[in-house]
Ligand binder design. Structure first.
Ligand code: AKG
Length: 383
């Protein structure tokens, strides 16, 4: 017997549904698809088929996002800083995506973290299903988000875990040891170091963003200092019917800043000027994008843009997203001098935990997340 719960925004949350042949449910009721079986079928299950509007074709040209060399800015070179500021401002006023090179993150560390993706996702399905992402939590394994939704399922598996700076505990190491056992301590250390490097890089980018917005250069870096970020490893299996499904559906990130590593297969696409443009994978670059929370922190000046990931017919694809977030209870409010110059205020004060709860419990992230959140937030507070 199936039991479905349909929320107001027509996103269907599944409590129990009949198993398909390629699905497994573990002892806790967690659902998962076995992609090796799905790939052998001529047709994909209808749950994976996305509407034509979301599958709209990709433009011939690639996105015109700038490639920003961070070396000069990091070393305090004035000319290089002016150039980086100009590029970042244009990109963020337009679509919020840019790529960075000479970012200071050791290439061996990036490669090691990318290799560990296979250590995780090549585990037997049953083992992966034993570390599920629980409702309302940001940590755990998710397979096609089949435990949250019953339609427009993404063709992917992902593992997410929280990261924040902590002098006494290596957070990522503890996470891997606690969910997968002592054998995964080395994997935990790779991600610990990777997250530390991402957090450090985010500080550089927040300084550049502040300069480009004409506010105190330390403002955003300080604001995020005690924040808790989310690290996500994505694994996209190949798909015979890649034209019918998506690896990650169209959404804007509710978080503040995303630092994305993508392998050389390609698949990330951005919606700008009414078209979907692919973002070219560059071996030494990391892709950065503004999320909804930073859009609010810039008083709507900098854009958090719709993006998606398409899947490949023949090749598996891997990506790693580091989502920078403020501390849960920090009030999200643009700096006063920015509001005085560029006001009036566009969004009300809110906390990251308000927005996170909205996207976890009430709303499937899409192009209108921030607007819908503001509407929900104000009406829930009777403002
Ligand atoms: O894999 C990608 O290129 C994009 C991933 C993404 O947008 C996400 O995980 O939210």
């Amino acid at each position: 017997m199936s039991l479905l719960m349909v929320s107001k925004d027509s996103t269907t949350l599944v409590l129990r549904q009949p198993l398909m042949e390629q699905q497994q449910r573990n002892e806790n009721g967690m659902l998962g698809f076995d992609y090796s079986k799905l790939q052998r079928q001529a047709n994909i299950p209808t749950e994976f088929i996305w509407p034509n509007s979301d599958l709209a074709r990709t433009a011939q040209e690639e996105l015109n996002e700038p490639l920003i060399d961070l070396e000069g800015f990091i070393n305090g070179d004035e000319r290089a800083t002016a150039e980086a500021v100009k590029l970042i401002r244009t990109a963020c006023l337009n679509h919020g995506f840019f790529q960075v090179i000479n970012h200071g993150v050791d290439v061996n560390l990036v490669n090691a973290a990318a290799e560990e993706i296979d250590t995780i996702f090549k585990l037997p399905l049953e083992r992966k299903l034993s570390i599920p992402r629980k409702p309302g939590s940001v940590a755990g394994y998710s397979n096609a988000h089949a435990d949250r939704f019953s339609s427009k399922l993404p063709w992917k598996e992902c593992l997410s875990f929280p990261y924040h700076e902590n002098d006494s505990q290596p957070i990522a190491v503890d996470y891997f040891k606690s969910v997968l056992g002592q054998d995964f301590e080395p994997t935990g250390w790779v991600y610990q170091k990777y997250c530390e490097a991402m957090k450090k890089l985010s500080g550089v980018i927040f300084k550049l963003l502040a300069v480009s917005l004409g506010v105190d250069r330390m403002h955003y870096k300080n604001f995020f200092e005690d924040g808790s970020s989310i690290m996500r490893c994505n694994y996209y299996p190949p798909c015979n019917n890649s034209g019918l499904t998506l690896g990650t559906g169209p959404h804007s990130d509710p978080t503040s800043l995303t630092i994305l590593y993508q392998d050389q297969v390609g698949g990330l696409e951005v919606f700008a000027n009414n078209n979907w443009y692919s973002v070219r994978p560059r071996p030494d670059a990391l892709v950065i994008n503004i999320g909804d929370t930073f859009m609010a922190l810039s008083n709507g000046q900098y854009k958090s843009c719709l993006h998606r990931a398409v899947v490949n017919r023949e090749r598996e694809r891997r990506s790693m997203a580091f989502f920078v977030c403020p501390k849960d209870d920090k009030v999200v409010r643009p700096p006063q001098d920015l509001v005085l110059r560029e006001g009036p205020r566009i969004y009300p004060d809110f906390t990251w935990s308000d927005l996170l709860a909205f996207t976890q419990k009430h709303y499937r992230a899409d192009v209108a997340t921030l607007q819908s959140f503001v509407h929900w937030f104000l009406s829930s507070k009777n403002i």
